[in-house]
Design a protein around this ligand. Structure first.
Ligand code: BJW
Ligand code: ZN
Length: 289
């Protein structure tokens, strides 16, 4: 009997410890959420770097997660100029499938929360400057700037106005001969699409490995990184340069960095607040209606 009582006592203590640990975790989580909210409330100029993870809850595949795009598509075959020169048909098959997926996808709670954040700030500042489409050409710090590595257009679809597309757009094509950029093609392009002006092969207007980001895009991104007073990093594995360096540059300036990701990344080590979970669950919590 004595033995049994001891065992029950131990079990109870174990249970209590478990409950305490669970509630400590909840408190910690709440503490991090409210830290993030108050950073947001105090900030005047927020830079938001997004990656494929923010579109995952819209049903768009990421690259490096399990089941991601790189699992069945060797990078050198579909995301380099060499791959395109060797087999443009294969590359267009890859991008046509992604155009189809992006066409039927809709913005999720994370995209919508970010659009709401910008709209709220624009209302407050009254003078809501007009947008020129790719968020470039401005050299004045804006209340909210989204630097996205995504090409799916979901931030703009959600209503975000100041969006810089670092890696181009899946909805644009570029002529390999005369370099003209155009859009408004049917969702599925012919597998070897040609330029209406010069007859050369068209390619997706995206940035592949080994290619430079567009000069004005890079300039705008660097300006935002250098002038923001808060940095948010959402749903990116933070391994592809130059985007991956931006949170580190901001951190070196002493700017708080908030990371939202379902997993740890290289940014987690320098993040002021690390919120681990799904972007579509977390962002609505820190950006109120
Ligand atoms: C969730 C979630 C949920 C999931 N909620 N989270 C310096 C050092 C070393 C190398 C280089 C360097 N400088 C340049 C390079 C070379 C190269 C590079 O960076 N290589 C490294 C990989 C080693 N960079 C370049 O070539 C760039 N060009 C350049 O720098 O020019 C100058 C130069 C040229 C040559 C030499 C040196 C300098 C161009 C990079 C172009 C990248 N292009 C791609 C494909 C094109 C666009 C497209 O088809 O979509 O862009 S690659 C691919 O990766 C795509 C993405 O935009 C990019 C980033 O991926 P992202 O968004 O981070 O996605 P994932 O899948 O990696 O991560 C998803 C994350 O979400 C994960 O963390 C999940 O946990 C999380 N997640 N669900 C929250 N619901
Ligand atoms: Zn042409």
């Amino acid at each position: 009997f004595v033995m049994d009582a001891a065992r029950v006592g131990k079990a109870n203590r174990g249970l209590q410890n478990g409950v305490q640990e669970a509630s400590a975790f909840m408190k910690l989580d709440k503490k991090h959420l409210s830290q993030a909210s108050s950073f947001l409330a105090r900030s005047k100029s927020i830079c938001i770097l997004t990656g494929a993870g923010i579109s995952a809850e819209s049903g768009i595949k990421t690259f490096r997660d399990a089941g991601g795009l790189w699992e069945n598509h060797p990078i050198e075959k579909v995301a380099t100029l060499e791959g395109f020169v060797e087999d443009p048909r294969h590359v267009w098959e890859f991008y046509n499938a992604r155009r189809k997926a992006a066409d039927t996808a809709t913005p999720n709670a994370a995209h919508i929360a970010l659009a709401r954040l910008e709209l709220g700030r624009l209302r407050k500042t009254k003078k809501a400057g007009s947008s020129n489409g790719n968020g470039t050409g401005h050299r004045k710090a804006k209340p909210v700037s989204i630097l996205t590595q995504n090409i799916d257009g979901l931030h703009q679809q959600a209503g975000s106005q100041n969006v810089v597309e670092l890696h181009g757009s899946i909805w644009k094509v570029r002529c390999t001969g005369c370099h003209v950029v155009s859009r408004d093609f049917p969702v599925e392009l012919p597998l070897l699409p040609r330029c209406g002006d010069c007859g050369s092969l068209l390619r997706p207007h995206v940035v592949w490995f080994g290619e430079h980001l567009e000069a004005d895009v890079l300039e705008t991104a660097e300006f935002v990184v250098q002038t923001c007073d808060l940095f948010l990093v959402i749903g990116t594995s933070a391994v592809v340069q130059p985007a991956a360096s931006y949170p580190f540059l901001a951190s070196r300036r002493g700017i708080p960095v908030i990371e939202i990701n379902k997993e740890k990344t290289p940014v987690s080590a320098i993040a002021t607040v690390s919120l681990m979970g799904l972007a579509g669950m977390i962002l609505p919590k820190i950006i109120p209606d």
